[in-house]
Design a binder for this molecule. Structure first.
Ligand code: ADP
Ligand code: MG
Length: 677
């Protein structure tokens, strides 16, 4: 048997079982070895019935009598008499009639694990879980691993298969450098894996977890260390700082920059002067004013004869940025061009020429920018707005459009929790806009019951009467995007034909033609429209400061950071803004909704989101497909620090990864996934 042996060949695995395993992505012996238990149940303290007292416990007993009876509609109670050599005990289950057949064999022994408590007027064992005693390796390993459920497969069977392949677990190759294992006093990989699947004591599990979590973090941190070293070897463009250029730009702004904006801009300009290309993440909460920081840097780049490319995830956002930057830069004779899918024919050809000749110095666009036909001219500065919306490949494609590696500024309004920033983006320099422009008031957020919609509409109407504007956001009703369009169109009709007959309403969704979208957006931005009924296409970036109220329908269907992003469309001026989260029904609001109602702080909400969903869920879909930490938790800062120290040392010593096949492979994967350039 080898790690690569198909599970089908293992004793006890029939074709049907193999199929079920394959459906859970378990194909080889190695796959199953890596299928680590999700937790361990402690069956080590089996008590005699004569000795029990209230609380959680496990007994080993036979079932003497069992019966199920209906108590009332929807409730069936199963009661059993359990016996061991020392006494008898009542057990009770609610709505689990199958226990009657499961426990029918009077001579079979089972483990019952549950809470012994006062219930229905007597002490009983309530809802205990049940395992056949014969199916558990009671005498040697009493700590029972519990695996993630595999459809159709009993966990007992998984454990049995693991017993078959146990011999192989004792000879797993070491995946960490020997020196690291030694200095950190970690278990060898084999022992750790055995400790997870076949622990003898809780300490075995603890030590196994420590080793495996360390390994995961080490790989991740080593990847970012190596990325950092790679980046330091690159040669970039030198863009010298010109104080007058910057001062003139700042002087013509209609507002004072915040302290945080100044600091971020200064950090960028200093990076411009270095030999190695900038690799910087600009994190700022929604509305913190990232665009103007990028604009200032683009001004400096243009003054030294360098082109800037700014890529945004949607057409709406790209055209809005082009307009904003044009206003900021045109006065200095810096031309801004907009390249999206909807620029066609002659206009597109002309734009290509202007970009290639450098007469357009700042090119704003969607992923149209990375098309092969686009030729840049001394592309020295690349800005990626809402960077988490892009894949690694798209970012890289844009960067390779320059003869040298351009300076990179990735902007994101979805703050990355510290622990994640350290592990996943450890290679990056980070600037943080932790200060909102002066005079902003926190947005008032309220969870709203669908039954009192009328009051909400009255609130919007009052805002409009005051000269303000509002958004009504409609969600996916299910996963079908066509239904999302239906729901937004229906809402639009309803509001326009009755409730807001006297107001001007616009409709916006992703399937509209881009000139229609542009038209609606600019009518909303200019104040001609009072209300914009929209899907989440406005989620990212859209900036209409006069809009002060937002209704989010079916708010419970959105994720936490998505809600925060959406809400960020209001609260962009000194006027008080409001956000109403309308529930789909009158059930209890989720933790998610309560958190968003409670806090306006994107950094706090990102931490909460990370806790509620885990990193894989948050950062998984978009770019970190393989970032699935099985054992490590990002809240384990002590272990992160230890792994960080070792990864740094290993990288600096010119680590020779060649000797460590498996490590090299995993690290390489992480390097590709987490790098920004
Ligand atoms: P985000 O960080 O969400 O991308 P934007 O760059 O869109 O934010 O800026 C939000 C709004 O705040 C814009 O209307 C912008 O003009 C304005 N703004 C930016 N900086 C300041 C400032 N220092 N003082 C006042 N308003 C500002
Ligand atoms: Mg923005």
């Amino acid at each position: 048997m080898l790690l690569t042996t198909s599970l089908q060949k293992v004793k006890g695995v029939g074709p049907k079982t193999a199929e079920q395993l394959a459906a859970a992505n378990l194909h080889t012996v190695g796959d199953l070895i890596d299928f680590l238990p999700r937790k361990h149940e402690d069956f080590s303290e089996v008590v005699n019935i004569a000795d029990i007292h209230p609380g959680k416990m496990t007994i080993r007993a036979r079932c003497e009598k069992i019966a199920t009876r209906p108590v009332r509609r929807g409730l069936r109670i199963t009661t059993a008499t359990l016996v061991d050599d020392t006494g008898k005990l009542q057990a009770v289950w609610f709505n689990q009639p199958y226990r009657t057949t499961q426990l029918a064999k009077a001579d079979e022994e089972f483990f019952f694990s549950g809470e012994f408590e006062f219930n229905y007027n007597k002490y009983q064992l309530s809802n205990p879980s049940v395992e056949k005693a014969s199916e558990m390796p009671v005498n040697t390993d009493r700590l029972l691993p519990v695996y993630r459920a595999i459809k159709g497969l009993k966990s007992q069977l998984v454990r049995k298969i693991l017993v078959e392949i146990k011999p192989l677990m004792t000879m797993l190759p070491e995946t960490l450098p020997a020196s690291v294992v030694k200095t950190e006093k970690l278990l060898p990989r084999s022992d750790a894996v055995l400790g997870m699947h076949f622990p003898k004591t809780p300490d075995d599990v603890t030590a196994a977890k420590e080793r495996l979590a360390f390994e995961e973090l080490f790989q991740l941190l080593l990847a970012s260390q190596l990325n950092k070293l790679d980046n330091a070897k690159l040669e970039g463009w030198h863009i010298p700082f010109d104080q007058k250029i910057v001062a003139d730009f700042v002087a013509q702004l209609p507002f004072d920059l915040t302290g945080a904006q100044r600091r971020a801009a200064w950090e960028i300009i200093q990076d411009f002067e270095k030999k190695t290309p900038m690799n910087r993440l600009l994190q700022g909460d929604v509305g913190a004013g990232k665009t103007v920081v990028a604009g200032l840097a683009a001004r400096q780049a243009a003054a030294s004869g360098f082109q800037t490319a700014l890529m945004a995830p949607t057409e709406i956002l790209a055209s809005q940025h082009a307009e904003t930057l044009s206003k900021l830069l045109q006065p200095f004779g810096v031309n801004v061009g907009l390249l999206t899918g909807s620029v066609k024919g002659v206009a597109r050809k002309t734009l290509y020429e202007q970009i290639a000749s450098g007469s357009v110095a700042v090119v704003v666009g969607t992923h149209a920018l990375i098309q092969e036909t686009v030729k840049f001219h001394r592309l020295g500065f690349v800005v990626i707005d809402e960077q988490h919306r892009f894949g690694v490949k798209q970012r890289q494609e844009l960067l390779t459009k320059s003869e040298y590696m351009p300076h990179l500024l990735a902007m994101t309004a979805t703050p990355i929790p510290r622990s994640l920033a350290l592990t996943v983006y450890g290679e990056l320099d980070v600037s943080i806009l932790n200060e909102l422009p002066k005079g902003r008031k926190p947005i008032e957020t309220k969870i709203w019951s669908p039954n009192s919609q009328a009051q909400l509409y009255a609130k919007i109407d009052a805002e409009i009467a005051n000269g303000r504007q509002g958004y009504v956001i409609c969600s996916l009703i299910d996963d079908n995007p066509d239904n999302e369009i239906k729901s937004v169109e229906a809402e639009y009709k309803k509001l326009q034909n009755s409730i807001f007959k006297h107001r001007k309403i616009g409709l916006l969704h992703g399937k509209m033609k881009s000139d229609e979208k542009d038209d609606v957006m600019s009518r909303f931005a200019s104040g001609e429209l009072d209300i914009l009924v929209s899907t989440t296409v406005v989620e990212v970036g859209v900036d209409v400061p006069n809009a002060t109220v937002m209704i989010i329908e079916n708010a419970d269907r959105f994720g936490l950071s998505q809600l925060h992003q959406l809400r960020g469309r209001v609260g962009r001026s000194s006027h008080q803004s409001y956000c109403y989260l309308v529930m789909s029904d009158s059930s209890k609001p989720s933790q998610r909704l309560k958190e968003i109602e409670r806090s306006n702080d994107g950094f706090y909400l990102a931490e909460v989101d990370l806790k509620l969903r885990g990193p894989g869920e948050i950062y998984g879909r978009s770019q970190h497909g393989a970032l699935n930490l099985q054992i490590a938790t990002l809240s384990d800062t002590k272990l992160i620090a230890r792994a960080q120290k070792q990864a740094k040392a290993f990288a600096v010593n010119g680590a020779d990864l060649v000797q460590y096949n498996q490590l090299a492979e995993q690290v390489g994967k992480y390097q590709r996934l987490t790098t920004l350039n």
